[in-house]
Design a binder for this molecule. Sequence first.
Ligand code: 1HE
Length: 265
Amino acid sequence: MSPQDSEIALPPSLKIEWREAIAILRLARPEKRNALDDATVLGVGAFFSNLPAEVKVVVLDAVGDNFSAGLDLSELTERDSVEGLAHSMMWHRVFEQIEFGRVPVVAVLKGAVVGGGLELAAAAHIRVAEWSAYYALPEGKRGIFVGGGAAVRLPRLIGTARMRDMMLTGRVYDAEEGHSIGISHYLVANGEGLAKGLELSRKIAANAPITNFAVIQALPRIAEANPREGFLMEALMAAVSQDSDEAKERLRAFLEKRAKKVTEF
Ligand code: 1HE
């Protein structure tokens, strides 16, 4: 616990743990398999828009055996189409704060990573999966459509053809399959996801802030840009980053044999 807790009002379905430069945000509604109700999604948005300055990386974790069973279906029955539009766009705003926020986000996946849970995971920058993780988009079978950004993020991650299959047939990918198609970056034994997520977060936190900024803000925009603009944006970002005092010191440290080699990171 930290004094910062009092500055971020979160619903009971979310818990924060501070570990110096790393903040762990946990979905904490295991009795409902971490289904995402409005209070939880808005709480995630409040958390990311009020991150204390000293936080350099966020780990997105979950209490219980499941990351998230997706949209809280008990809230869905009450919505008409106009309310549905507003709801989906609220999710978009919140997940945008994750993907294009101030710090890199590492998600630790286990059990159900389903529907909106997969959409949430897709907004993170690094995904660590435990063997128990499984992935599905049951929206097709529930008579609805994805609404938390999956139609934009998942085709970029796994391809439109695979996403179409998941939605049309209800296909479930297990952890190993999910890993082989690119959903997770790391696959670890059950119970070891958080330790791996923290290990990676410490490495990320040790990077120059300008590099982390470039990777989460500039890289995805460059990758989507017309190459003519993309090359220029890359050159601008390279120029800005190498001009920083920190970059100069890091380069000097390598040349003076004070820095780790690539094989030692
Ligand atoms: C829920 C939800 C939920 C569980 N909304 N309450 N997501 C889905 O279609 C997935 C629906 N859930 C499931 O298929 C299963 O719950 C699981 C395979 C994920 C887990 O099964 P299991 O056996 O461990 O748990 P359970 O007994 O099914 O569920 C435990 C409780 O959580 C139970 O409530 P209880 O009061 O009877 O104990 C379930 O009703 C509740 N629960 N999942 C509400 N999703 C922005 S658009 C995004 C669109 C979507 O995400 S659609 C996909 C929705």
